[in-house]
Write a protein that binds this ligand. Sequence first.
Ligand code: HPA
Length: 273
Amino acid sequence: MQLFDQIQDCIQYIHKHIQFEPTVGMVLGTGLSGLADEIEVVHRFEYSELPHFPVSTVESHKGQLIFGHLEGRAVVAMAGRFHYYEGYTMQQVTFPIRILKYLGIQQLILSNASGGLQTHIEAGDLVFIRDHINLHAGHSLRGENDERIGPRFPDMMYAYDPKWLAHATQIAKENNIRAHQGVYAGLQGPSLETPAEYRYLHIIGGDVVGMSTVPEVIVARHMDLPVFVLSVVSNKCFPIEDLTPTTIEEVLEVVEQASPKAALIVKEIVRLM
Ligand code: HPA
């Protein structure tokens, strides 16, 4: 079945259960999973019941598509996302972003956890992504292109909406939250980087590094969806003299502590949208 028909299938299934028109879509990654509890829920779908959706395998992710209200806005949130390192194809990883678009959202917000690649970026800081470097092995738009969905060669000049970057930076300032704008280097994972790789990523212009987001942003831009990405820095990776071994437990703990700050920013952004 073609991608376009799979999308229609899934949208039809959702509309059979609810008539709800979200304007904002959110991917609640590692940094923002707690925000799912703040949504006044209208309906929840388990990913497993949605036609053509992959099923989440990472423990820290829930795997639900949640419809409801946040800050007075009609939202749809993915509680849990799919990573390429889990073994899904790029098309599977990004299928939910297609669904969010065809549900009618006008803005997409994503969050992630990342490693900091600049001396001034500390664990627990927030980074609003202003650009990316795609170092993934596969590409989410590889294969036949369906012009009904988007163009063959989508532009990436304004991949990250400058307006929301400016708003987020202002909100952080007003609330005394340590935050930066930065470039996200997207890698496949799942191993963390070696010291030489962290240095390389710093040299080529990365401010943070992570294992998600880039395939989703590319697919969102393929469909002309404006994107805002908030990254929670879970570990400091530069200068490499300061490197210590990183465990997933430490990553999750730092992110957990920083998540109220991340939630505050996203709620303010949603309110303004
Ligand atoms: N590297 C890649 N992905 C990450 C890291 C890292 O250091 N920290 C959190 N996600």
